[in-house]
Design a protein around this ligand. Structure first.
Ligand code: PGA
Length: 258
């Protein structure tokens, strides 16, 4: 059975004290063992602090990005090895804000290099993919997802793919308060699994965890998680509040009968 996985993407939010208080609070509400995987992804500068605070809890640590080189003259970048060194298990790669909002944007080629580098270092990548509104309106959703998967996961073995999580995050739903309907999420996830089956075989596709992300919150998590191919969530805004994130994790546990 594939793993159900809820991750909080804190983006560029929180102070150090708030970051510590958030995970301390979550440690209490979530308890020390969970039937689903839960990770928090703070900004780089708080990884170390958060790593200390989540020791002995059910939470794992993830980063929001990494570079594809091990070390060297890459001002401002952070290597996968550094992330491992401070206790990360996961790294989000290809988030839509990195693809479309920041600087000139990351292309699929760079994202693919990052996926390979993260795997080589021993991190588990969460590959984020998703179409823009005009692409959905132009009936290109499936084509975009296919291309982002083919390019982002190029050159991986089936064995490597077994450690990767895919996050379906329609760009029009991120931070907008407008989530995909449960059926839209399910349809996109079925398509993603179909492409993964073509690339890596049926067994790998069936075992790949596909998170939904985009305005998932305490109110809509239950119906999204109830979809057969929605295996968890990548949560932005709602991951910054103890109560909301806890409810989303609980909704995942309940929806999957765990
Ligand atoms: P959101 O962000 O939940 O605030 O829409 C999700 C994400 O970008 O991962």
């Amino acid at each position: 059975m594939r793993k159900i996985f809820v991750a909080g993407n804190w983006k560029m939010n929180m102070t150090k004290a708030e970051a510590a208080a958030l995970v301390d609070g979550l440690a209490k509400t979530l308890g020390s063992s969970l039937p689903v995987e839960v990770a928090v992804c703070p900004p780089f500068v708080y990884l170390d602090t958060v790593a200390d605070h989540i020791k002995g809890t059910a939470m794992k640590l993830g980063a929001q990005n990494c570079y594809f080189e091990t070390k060297g003259a890459f001002t401002g970048e952070v290597s996968p090895q550094m992330l491992l060194d401070v206790g990360c298990t996961f790294v989000i790669i290809g988030h839509s804000e990195r693809r479309h909002t920041i600087g000139k944007g990351e292309c699929d080629g760079m994202i693919n290099k990052k996926v390979h580098a993260a795997l080589k270092a021993g991190l588990k990548p969460i590959l984020a993919i998703g179409e823009k509104l005009e692409q959905r309106d132009g009936n290109q959703m499936e084509a975009i997802l296919t291309q982002q998967l083919k390019d982002g996961l190029a050159g991986l073995t089936a064995e490597q793919m077994a450690t990767i999580t895919v996050a379906y995050e329609p760009v029009w739903a991120i931070g907008t308060g407008r989530n995909a309907t449960p059926q839209q999420a399910q349809d996109a996830h079925v398509h993603i699994r179909k492409v993964l089956a073509e690339m890596f075989g049926q067994a790998v596709a069936a075992n790949t965890t596909i998170q939904y992300g985009g305005s998932m919150n305490a109110a809509n998590a239950a119906e999204l998680m109830a979809q057969k191919d929605v295996d968890g969530g990548l949560i932005g805004g709602a991951s910054l509040k103890i109560d909301d994130f806890t409810k989303i994790v609980q909704a995942a546990v309940k929806a999957k009968g765990l």
